[in-house]
Design a binder for this molecule. Sequence first.
Ligand code: HEM
Length: 117
Amino acid sequence: MDAVVAVARWLHFSGIIILVGGLFYARVIAHDLIPGFKPWGYGAIGAILVSGVVNILSKPSLPPHYYVWFGVKILLALHLFGVAVTYRGKQRLLTGALISAALIVGISEVLRYISLP
Ligand code: HEM
């Protein structure tokens, strides 16, 4: 099980690096999404989703307020994924998605902290 969790964490972080890195590059450096990024973005979203589910299923027992933070994280993740999938050139949306990504990373640290034994 430990190996599965380790692989899931690796997949989670790899997907996040590709997705958020690609959107950051698009917003800050290139001022548009790079042609050819979308298939990588879709793959990254799939990897983040699958590994996120494995992560949550691997947790033995969780305090009730864990699920409150987790719900907020999922809503922000849906915003991030939605912008990545539907982007048609509005840079303002990329800014919002990057703000969501920053909040998600912070919330994920809270999740880890409150779920430690
Ligand atoms: C719907 C998609 C997602 C699900 C189901 C999910 C689920 C999870 C779960 C259950 C954990 C373990 C937290 C803990 O240790 O208690 C985790 C860790 C983490 N997630 Fe996600 N996640 C998702 C999307 C994202 C996204 C989009 C980001 C970043 C933009 C992200 C960033 C992180 C980070 C940084 C950690 C590691 C926290 C740490 O160990 O210090 N997640 N995720």
